[in-house]
Design a protein around this ligand. Structure first.
Ligand code: ADP
Length: 642
């Protein structure tokens, strides 16, 4: 604000001087000047606030040129005597007056001109004041920006490392650098103790790392209060040194509160730290807290990973862990030995290191949402592994393999034994059966004898069927009698169904067959396929009620053939369904109690279908009926015709 106190009036005209003095407001003091020589010191020393300059006629331009540099930017009222010509007008404007007046004038005219000049002067002064303020704010902003930029750069460099000691070393070096301190240190809290971790001396450019329990009352206070401390007096610190000034700020980790103290010290110089140092150090400490927490979490995760990896490595079973994209993450040393995985395989594609097709397929098939996948992995050296693969969200896939070579061998021996024994049993049984049938012919038998013979014959038939089935399953599993040729599955089904018409009629069951119109070619064994259809059809009739129906359908679906044998019989309890295909498994309910069977029919079906590269399953609603479905590959027509 322009407060007008001293108004210098340069005029060589007495009358004008008097009118101007009379026109001045009360709060202003007039300083009349009559020579130009008196004017300059007045302006230079700011002994006046406003200047009224009356230019004598004929000398206007000369005077203006003489004083131009001094009066520019000074609040000024110019007075001319008479009209100004263009040259004078330019000269007048060059000194930037706030108002112009022409002599002679009256007191009111002078007052109007002065008021106008004062008002403008105030506005100009206010504007200048604002501009200065703005320039100051700009300067401050720029300085802050530079500081922030430095701190940001420091932050980036600090948080770039995941090694705690490296982070701490950088933090202390930067803290010392930014505050121009003699020394710096970093202390960490563990349980209730304080440990000196890093100390740095600028003078000999040495940084040391420690893990040494220390006591430092100033640091203790920072930890307890969570607030910085700035001291400018002799103080003993954690390193054992007496310092002249110190600045300690807390290190805070997200979610863990104060974890330590970052400090800068002046030891040799008696120089206090400032608020600006406090700001800079606090900013570094903020970054340091986050960086240290990151390093801690990373360290913990790494330790977990290496522990897990050690456990896995020493597991007796082959174990493979991949990520979602089937890149190898971890494996046990047994897996490395069995599949020849090189130590540098981590992060690389499974298929690049494992040549076993079955195992690669198992990994490729797995999808999230799949339950456990199983497969038997056979190696060229004869070893067999049972591989179980599970998909774990956010981890990838884990395959664990058990060596089942000896179990497989036992199974083979058992099948061989059963097959031999069954074969040896069949011959004497056939003889017994023959003689029992002859008994009736050699003489009349009493009712009781006939009844006993019927029972014995029934049991013999059962044993013969059992032995027949046992022999079959043994042979199928051993791969005997399984020569494969292109066969028409529709014809096999039609012939088998025909043979069961009478059996169905006896049980009062309607047997329907729908095989479509196209030939259904399969590369398979006609005898075994017939056995499959027989077992499934006879079950559908056996486990039915009189008046029920059985429907056999077969159709081509892409490159597979789907066969479905459905009935509306007694159905199978849900909890029994998963076990149906096991050997000797029979459902025991009131409804099945009188139905004869060996419990081997479905086991034979499963074996045969699997030997045909197919799958079989059951869909059943207890009380309402069942459907047994199998699917086998359709063989190409060219192959079939060849
Ligand atoms: P079984 O000689 O006992 O018939 P299978 O292996 O053929 O032996 O069948 C196993 C069991 O599955 C049977 O005991 C029976 O309880 C059940 N089962 C098989 N087929 C059907 C069906 N179509 N309806 C109801 N239960 C069935």
């Amino acid at each position: 604000m322009l407060k007008l106190r001293q108004v210098a009036i340069f005029s060589q005209e007495n009358e004008a001087l008097q009118i101007l003095s009379a026109a001045l407001p009360k709060e202003c003091v007039a300083q009349p000047i009559t020579t130009l020589a008196d004017l300059t010191p007045l302006l230079e020393n700011h002994r006046t606030d406003f200047l009224v300059l009356m230019l004598p006629r004929g000398q206007e331009i000369a005077i203006l040129e003489q004083i131009e540099s001094e009066v520019i930017n000074f609040p000024l009222l110019l007075i001319t005597c008479g009209r100004a010509d263009p040259a004078l007008f330019d000269a007048l404007l060059a000194v930037q007056p706030l108002a112009l007046l022409t002599f002679p004038f009256t007191v009111p005219e002078a007052q109007t001109a002065l008021t106008l000049a004062f008002e403008r002067g105030k506005r100009v002064a206010r504007y200048q004041h604002l501009s200065e303020n703005l320039a100051e704010v700009n300067r401050n902003l720029n300085q802050r920006l530079q500081e922030l930029n430095t701190i940001y750069t420091i932050g980036r460099s600090v948080t770039a490392s995941l090694d705690a000691t490296e982070v701490m070393t950088r933090v202390v070096a930067m803290a010392v650098n930014l505050t121009q301190a003699d020394e710096g240190l970093l202390l960490l809290r563990e349980a209730d103790k304080l440990y000196l971790r890093i100390s740095r001396q600028t003078e000999n450019d040495v940084t040391r790392s420690f893990h040494q329990e220390v006591s430092d009352p100033s640091a203790g206070q920072v930890i307890r209060s969570g607030r910085p401390t700035m001291l400018h007096r002799p103080t003993q610190v954690a390193t054992g040194t007496e310092v002249r000034a110190l600045l300690y700020v807390p290190l805070q980790a997200p979610g863990r509160g104060v974890i330590g103290v970052l400090g800068v010290l002046n030891v040799a110089r008696d120089q206090a730290f400032t608020e600006q140092h406090l700001f800079a150090l606090s900013s570094i400490a903020d970054f340091a807290g986050i960086a240290l927490e990151n390093a801690r979490l990373f360290g913990a995760a790494e330790m977990e990973r290496s522990r897990l990896s050690a456990i896995l490595e020493h597991a007796a079973e082959p174990i493979l862990v991949t990520d979602d994209a089937n890149r190898l993450l971890l494996w046990s040393h047994t897996a490395a030995e069995v599949f020849g995985i090189r130590p540098d395989a981590r992060g690389q594609e499974l298929a690049a290191h494992i040549t076993h097709e079955g195992l690669c397929d198992l990994f490729n098939q797995a999808d999230l949402g799949d339950p456990l996948l199983h497969d038997e992995i056979r190696l060229e050296d004869g070893r067999v592994f049972n591989a179980q693969l599970s998909v774990i969200a956010d981890v990838g896939r884990v395959a664990i393999m058990q060596n089942i070579t000896h179990l497989k061998e036992l199974d083979r021996l058992k099948s061989e034994f059963v097959s031999t024994v069954s074969h040896d049993l069949r011959t004497p049984l056939t003889t017994i059966l023959g003689y029992m049938e002859l008994l009736e012919r050699v003489g009349p038998l009493s009712d009781m004898q006939q009844n006993f013979i019927a029972k014995a014959l029934n049991s013999l038939t059962h044993i013969t069927a059992l032995i027949g089935d046992l022999l079959d399953i043994g042979r199928i599993e051993a791969g005997y009698d399984l020569e494969m040729h292109p066969i028409r599955l529709d014809e096999v089904i039609a012939r088998t169904a025909d043979a069961y018409t009478l059996y169905a009629e006896q049980h009062e069951i309607a047997l329907r067959v729908d095989l479509g119109t196209k030939p259904l070619w399969v590369r398979g064994n006609a005898r075994r396929m017939r056995q499959v259809i027989e077992n499934l059809t006879s079950n559908a009739i056996k486990y039915n009620r009189s008046g029920g129906w059985v429907e056999i359908t077969a159709q081509l679906d892409g490159d597979h053939i789907i066969v479905r044998i459905e009935d509306n019989g007694i159905g199978i309890p849900f909890e029994e369904q998963p076990k149906l295909f096991e050997r000797f498994y029979r459902v025991k309910t009131a409804e099945t109690a009188d139905i004869q069977g060996t419990g081997l029919g479905l086991a034979i079906v499963k074996s045969v279908i699997e030997k045909h590269q197919g799958r079989v399953w059951v869909e059943s609603l207890p009380g309402a009926g069942s459907a047994f479905v199998f699917i086998v590959p359709n063989c190409a027509v060219s192959e079939a015709q060849g």
